[in-house]
Design a protein around this ligand. Structure first.
Ligand code: FNR
Length: 389
């Protein structure tokens, strides 16, 4: 189908179909600082490398003579059915990549029926994104967990009211990591107040607290407000498992903890009574030297996979990567940098093309591996191999 019908015959190629060229295309198209913000990672980018090495070392073992003509990519998460196993990873301050920003990407996510996960560090408000995504379109909210409970509760109430169906709580970014590419370019717009705090700045509780403390309105001193917001959200002080209570009491739907790497933390998540986890190292943007995410996925699935919904991200670039994560037990896969590059190259349509390319590659790869439905993905179809050199 990819070659014979529609898609490629009349396609205007804007975004490369070659995953290994995407980053370069984005680099050429984008503002240098914004590109570095996406492509950079923590420290010497050793965790980013590990994410890719892990994918290279896990190999697929395809099955033959199976009828996979009518492939079904559908998954069910928390009682909702989605046509594909992909999700848009939460990504902050999308206005710095393209003016289409969060509202634009939420629109194309709705067109693809792929869940859009809105970041707390966003350049559009919770309500604007809900409106852009439209009634009934899958949207989740990602919480960067503020220190001030009153603000946390307000954000959760707004997300509930705007009908975000699931809550992703990111645990690995209570402090921003040492990110040399951003430090060298001086690019931290959400801390400097240049762009990207619309979720916070539009929050009535944050506005009130700011007014009480500074004797002026947020809109009259964006720079001070940005520092106040960022230091509450990226406070340098980690929350504790006990504090999850506040979130559980104020959110009705599924709660998914993002940034789980250690199997013991996965077990604690289960004990804490959340519904899901995302095995992730934030795409190598937080703890440099951390293990490649894919390598911890099997042990975590073995420990909690029957009771918790285990999702995965970090380093996914191709359809084959998605298959590997699914075979190792992930129930859904978040895509990060690739669509952000697409957004930088050609706006929301660029982001859409990247997701469509990964989906087409995944669909084709499932067929070629003898996998007719996502439920057919299993451990017997992957093996870790270390080729020398
Ligand atoms: C992110 N990520 C992220 N995660 C999160 O929970 N909230 C956020 O606001 C952001 N912001 C963000 C910005 C940019 C530019 C990138 C690249 C990433 C992390 C993201 O959700 C995901 O975990 C990683 O991107 C996955 O790794 P890959 O696919 O980029 O390798």
């Amino acid at each position: 189908e990819i070659y014979y019908q529609g898609m490629f015959q009349n396609r205007t190629v804007e975004v490369t179909t070659d995953p290994s060229k995407l980053e370069k295309q984005a680099k050429d198209a984008m503002n240098h600082k914004a590109f570095c913000y996406i492509a950079g990672g923590a420290g010497e980018r050793a965790t980013m490398d590990a994410n890719r090495l892990a994918f290279r070392q896990w190999k697929i073992i395809p099955r033959m003579l199976r009828d996979t003509t009518n492939r079904d990519l559908q998954i069910t998460l928390f009682g909702q059915t989605y046509p594909t196993p992909l999700l848009f990873a939460p990504v902050g301050i999308q206005a710095v990549f393209h003016p289409d920003k969060e509202t634009g990407v939420a629109k194309i996510a709705a067109e693809l029926k792929v869940p859009y996960i809105l970041s707390t560090a966003a350049a559009s408000t919770i309500e604007e994104v809900a409106e852009a995504s439209g009634d009934g379109s899958p949207r989740w909210f990602q919480l960067y967990w503020p220190q001030t409970d009153e603000i946390t509760i307000s954000l959760l109430q707004r997300a509930k009211k705007a009908r975000y169906t699931a809550l992703v709580v990111t645990l690995d970014t209570w402090a921003l990591a040492w990110r040399p590419w951003d430090l060298d370019t001086g690019f931290l717009p959400f801390v400097k107040g240049e762009v990207g705090n619309d979720v916070g700045f539009s929050d009535p509780v944050f506005q009130r607290i700011f007014r009480e403390k500074h004797g002026k309105d947020v809109k009259n001193d964006i720079v001070t407000a940005a520092v106040a917001w960022s230091s509450d959200v990226f406070s340098g002080k980690a929350h504790t498992w006990e504090q999850l209570k506040v979130i559980k009491e104020n959110w009705d739907g599924p709660i998914i903890l993002k940034g789980i790497q250690h199997v013991e933390d996965a077990k604690l998540a289960l004990e804490a009574g959340v519904q899901g986890i995302i095995v992730s190292n934030h795409g190598g943007r937080q703890m440099d030297g951390a293990i490649g995410s894919l390598d911890v996925l099997p042990e975590i699935v073995d420990a909690v996979g029957e009771k918790l919904t285990v999702l995965f991200d970090s380093g996914v670039r191709t359809g084959a990567d998605v298959i590997k994560a699914l075979c190792l037990g992930a129930k859904g896969v978040l895509i990060g940098r690739p669509w952000v590059y697409g957004l930088g190259i050609a706006g929301k349509e660029g982001a859409k093309q990247v997701m469509q390319n990964i989906l087409a590659d995944l669909d084709q790869g499932m067929g070629l591996s003898g996998i007719g439905t996502i439920a057919n993905c299993n451990r017997s179809m992957v093996r870790k191999v270390q080729y020398p050199g």
